[in-house]
Write a protein that binds this ligand. Structure first.
Ligand code: GUN
Ligand code: ZN
Length: 432
């Protein structure tokens, strides 16, 4: 019976509730309830409500009392490269020379499955400590790097999305596959992992410059055979990258068209960065209902540009938030929300704490096709949670003491917080 109780718990404290989507409907679509509780059974949220009521209704559940801490959905990081864990914060380059100088040499090490597993474990430990319970990760071009990541996540009972990064040109020989091997390896990995436990396979062409038209076409065909799979790639991150894409695909109307013409544009597509979009590209993304992933610390760190959050929300696009480790400069979704806030300010749009927290949880979950399943504290949702100490450092505590409402406290932790603010992370109803 101890086995049965393992994924069962009662967590009491302050609780963050989504009544709607604050990014679309305004901050009023969110609530913070004092002295509430979350009941967890079989790895799912069974009930929520005032703590007293829940204690009476679930007397068998062992209670963890979080007091003034905030119980939130676990963070969902919608675009990461776990293989870049050990090159995070590498100095002085922009996208293409950053890839050549730091990224590709590091990714070459993943031909060693033991190395891949060690980095996967380290990555999942670091992000769990930062309150992240779900990620969508690129692996390297080595199929074993995909197995390593899914195995590490499976050992933690963690919901993850990942795929083999496909690239057959404009990269070191040792990292290049071919159109055929990318198709065969992706199909085999998809068959092995998609839907196994909490794993989802994501078809993953790195970006147009490193795929031949033949490879893009092969992956488009694979996606057509598996429309329930997501597809992730990069789009319009830096201006010189965009100029290079125009040279490589002279017949394409624009960057997005290099995906669309090969069957790689759709509602299950996750387009990372998407900064320098033309009006036509925004129209097409909106028409097909694609998802765009904002990677704010990466966009400033590599010098890419300022994402147009308000403009894309107004077009009805689903938006996710992501660290883009290791082009991004942090493993923390708190730091990532702070960067999104600052970029919003530079574009004349101040995001409310409720909008930032929603983006980092339910917003990203929506882009992964997981609305209602993760990223929200609601009955039936998977019990992936993050508990935030809203006074985790002296600097935050003195600001929180002056706060006039709970959102002001949350905002101080967003702007000033790091992994010290993460009291606990619960994955599938278990404290990690
Ligand atoms: N574009 C293609 N590959 C990458 C990558 O690894 N990181 C980022 N930020 N952009 C990319
Ligand atoms: Zn990326």
């Amino acid at each position: 019976e101890t086995g049965e109780m393992q994924d069962a718990a009662l967590l009491s404290g302050r609780v963050l509730i989504w009544d709607g989507a604050p990014l679309r409907e305004g901050p009023g679509a969110a609530r913070i309830e004092d002295d509430w509780a979350v009941a967890i059974r079989d790895g799912r949220i069974a009930a929520l409500g005032p703590a007293g009521e829940l204690r009476r209704a679930h007397p068998d559940l062992p209670e963890t009392r979080y007091g003034r801490d905030l119980i939130c959905p676990g963070f969902v990081d919608a675009h990461v490269h776990y293989p870049q864990t050990r090159i995070i914060a590498s100095w002085g380059k922009r996208l293409i020379d950053w890839l050549e100088t730091y990224t590709f040499p590091e990714e070459m090490r993943f031909d060693d499955p033991a190395y891949a597993r060690a980095v996967a474990d380290s990555y999942l430990d670091l992000t769990r400590a930062a309150g992240t319970t779900c990620v969508a990760s690129y692996c390297t071009s080595h199929p074993a790097s995909v197995d390593a990541f899914f195995e590490a996540a499976e050992a933690r009972g963690q919901r993850v999305f990942a795929g083999k990064t496909c690239m057959d040109r404009n990269a070191p020989e040792a990292l290049c596959d071919t159109a055929q091997s990318a198709l065969d390896d992706s199909a085999a990995l998809l068959a092995r992992w998609h839907g196994r436990g909490r794993a989802s396979y994501v078809i993953t062409p790195r970006f147009s410059p490193t795929s031949s038209p033949e490879q893009l076409e092969a992956l488009g065909a694979l996606w057509a055979q598996h429309p329930d799979c997501l597809m992730q790639t990069h789009l319009s991150e830096q201006t010189d990258e965009i100029a290079w894409v125009a040279q490589l695909f002279p017949e394409a109307r624009d960057y997005l068209d290099t995906y669309e013409r090969f069957g790689l544009l759709g509602a299950g597509g996750l387009y990372g960065h998407a900064i320098h979009l033309t009006p036509r590209e925004v129209d097409r993304l909106a028409e097909v209902g694609a998802a765009v992933i904002h990677c704010p610390t990466s966009n400033t760190f590599i010098g890419s540009g300022l994402f147009d959050m308000a403009g894309l929300v107004a077009r009805g696009l689903r938006l996710g938030l992501a660290t883009d480790t290791g082009g991004g400069s942090s493993f923390s979704m708190l730091r990532t929300m702070a960067a999104a806030y600052e970029i919003g300010q530079l574009r004349g749009h101040a995001l409310h704490a409720a909008e930032l927290m929603w983006l980092a949880t339910a917003g990203s979950a929506e882009t992964l096709g997981m609305a209602g399943k993760i990223g929200t504290l609601a009955p039936g949702a998977e019990a992936d949670l993050c508990v935030l100490d809203l006074a985790s450092t002296p600097a935050i505590a003195q600001r929180a003491a002056r706060a006039e409402d709970a959102w002001e406290e949350v905002f101080a932790t967003i702007m000033l917080g790091d992994d010290r603010a993460v009291r606990d992370t619960w994955i599938g109803g278990r404290r990690g």
